[in-house]
Design a protein around this ligand. Structure first.
Ligand code: PLP
Length: 394
């Protein structure tokens, strides 16, 4: 085992023998059948019936008009930013508290991030901070960011309504990074019934091995704009012009999902309701058991229907043992917990980037950790997690 608490419990990996895993894929008979079907069909690469089926069924599942499958979530974000016209030197406002995959594509394009801190209520981008900055810039005659990239971290929908109002007022496009929030919706307000990822002009999802539904590695771009969907398909397939012998009319990318991976995706998508209910049931159980510990429990906001992709808590502010104390303890009792992310403003490649706030993200990193919430966890596994936490605070 590594000496750094939490380091061995990478989401998607099982961790040491006997530990309760943090988040591992739930692969069953259906997945095996579909993947075998793809293998036997001979369509194993980026063309094949499972790719188009996955796109169609995914679009239906989240209520988007178009879905374009990609090789990773990072690739999906990269292409999404191109679709929204981001070019070298442009500025993109990005949630500060998120995984680095949210911002790397901004850097690939030679654009500059403007990090926006989280709000306490959802742990996601604070639209009031952004609004104040946009107002200030308009008054000062300064340029605005080209795109706002909001992230729905840990399966928790962001407060999208005020963000949409601000972005509509100032004509800034919204890109939703819904990599972690497949299945999460809003059930109140202007966007009631909408899935995360489908409110902005473009949304991006990830099917990495640790996500609620996986293709091994994969991503999806969703949009209601036909022209953007067509361009996304073009850019992800080396910008090859159809029906013309090997003509590529711009620099494209080899970002298409394979048929093999899509076969896995179709099976996982059919089981999404089962996965979402399992995550929510685990979250409800942890909430009920851990309420008296002094831990800050994950956000619960009326009208925001989170999936609790990674059930995450903050350790009490006044406990000198801190987050690492709890991580070490959980590791010693075979519970695969892991620290929350270091905010993007504190990542070396982005140390010079502009930012609005940052203290909330710093605090979420300093005090935050995720507890095991793989959909296959048994009640006994969950009890081990609960007992592990309670024995630390007992
Ligand atoms: C918030 C967020 N954005 C982007 C990504 C990148 O997705 P991928 O790993 O599929 O490239 C991930 C996850 O890995 C993520 O959690």
């Amino acid at each position: 085992m590594s000496g750094v608490p939490g380091e061995v419990h990478v989401p998607g990996a099982r961790g040491p023998e006997g530990t309760v895993p943090l988040a591992v894929p739930n692969i069953g008979e259906r997945e095996r059948d579909y993947v075998l079907e793809a293998v036997e069909s001979g369509f194993v690469s980026s063309v094949g019936p499972f790719v188009s089926r996955f796109e169609r069924e995914f679009a239906d599942a989240v209520g988007a008009r178009y879905a374009v499958a990609c090789s990773t979530g990072t690739a999906a974000l990269h292409v999404a930013l191109i679709l929204l016209g981001v070019e070298p030197g442009d500025e993109v406002a990005v949630a500060d508290f998120t995984f680095v995959g949210s911002v790397n594509p901004v850097a690939y394009l030679g654009a500059r991030p403007l990090f926006v801190d989280s709000e306490r209520r959802t742990w996601n981008l604070d639209s009031a901070l952004l609004e104040a900055e946009l107002e200030r810039r308009v008054t000062a005659g300064e340029a605005l960011p080209k795109v706002v990239e909001v992230v729905h971290v840990l399966g928790q929908p962001a407060d999208i309504e005020p963000l949409v109002e601000v972005c509509e007022r100032y004509g800034v496009a919204i890109l939703e990074d819904a990599a972690e929030s497949l299945g999460a919706t809003w059930s109140a307000g202007r966007f009631a019934g909408k899935h995360t990822g489908t409110v902005g002009r473009v949304g991006a999802f990830s099917f990495n091995g640790n996500k609620i539904a996986t293709t091994g590695g994969g991503g999806m771009i969703v949009t209601d704009d036909e022209a953007l969907a067509t361009r996304a398909r073009h850019l992800t397939t080396q910008a090859k012009v159809p029906d013309v012998g090997y003509l590529h009319d711009e620099v494209g990318y080899n970002y298409r999902l394979t048929n093999l991976a899509a076969a896995l995706g179709v099976a996982q998508l059919e089981r999404l309701p089962e996965f979402v209910s399992a995550k929510r049931a685990i979250a409800a159980r942890y909430d009920a058991a851990l309420g008296g510990t002094g831990l800050v429990l994950p956000p619960r906001v009326a009208g925001f229907d989170a999936t609790y992709w990674l059930y995450s808590v903050l350790v009490p502010e006044d406990d000198p043992r801190g987050r690492d104390g709890l991580l070490k303890h959980l590791e010693s009792v075979g519970v695969g917990a892991r620290a929350l992310w270091r905010p993007l403003h504190a990542q070396p490649p982005f140390a010079d980037a502009a930012r609005l706030g940052g203290q909330v993200g710093d605090d979420l990193f300093a005090r935050g950790l995720s507890l095991p919430c793989a959909t296959e966890l048994t009640e006994a596994d969950q009890q081990r997690v609960i007992d592990g936490v309670l024995s630390f605070y007992g």
